[in-house]
Ligand binder design. Sequence first.
Ligand code: SF4
Ligand code: SF4
Length: 211
Amino acid sequence: MNKYLIRFNKSHGQPGRGTDAHVWRVFENGVEYLAADVKLNVPSWSEAEGPDWNIACSGFMQIDHGTGTVTIVDKPAEEIKPQRSCDGCTKCCQGHLHGTAHGHSFQSGKPCFFVGDKGCSIYVDRPHNPCKTFKCEWLSGDYLPMWFRPDLSKVIVLKTQDKDGEWLEVCEAGQKMDSSVLSWLLIWAANNKKNVRYQIDGGTNWIKNAV
Ligand code: SF4
Ligand code: SF4
């Protein structure tokens, strides 16, 4: 059973804080998700009043990625939480993958010839490697919050390994990393003892938290 605190997202629509529609902050055991709508199918209560009022409840989270709706239910989340999907994100195709598609090369800093406003224009015929196999950390795990999806957060997180251990590599994707993205990341990495290497305005920084 998880503990949830739900609050209004005062900065919705601002960089790194979801779209205009993401008006709710949902904290699952302290980890933040942004949502357009929240439904509670469990008993709830309040733990704060005034401008920072909240709603508290216990249960398990369901996420409808199509509508951005979070529903708190009394069944185990593992049985019902849907898989993440790229939806409208195309960040990795915009100069973060290396490969060739139908004779057109793409690489770091050079977007793929086939990426369009609505995603891959040759989706059915896209190459197996890297297009079908690549998954950023937001897509392959569930520890990064929903608003960390690369087209929303403007960062792509990858996992690498070297002689110093495992690293989370955080690449700027289209703009300088927003301070809200960086602060969430550094707190999470410290709390979870993860090494993190990150770009700020193109420069590389790193913090080693793993022992
Ligand atoms: S960056 Fe991640 S979420 Fe975005 S399209 Fe690539 S794999 Fe999907
Ligand atoms: S072929 Fe499609 S999936 Fe592959 S990099 Fe290009 S736009 Fe992305």
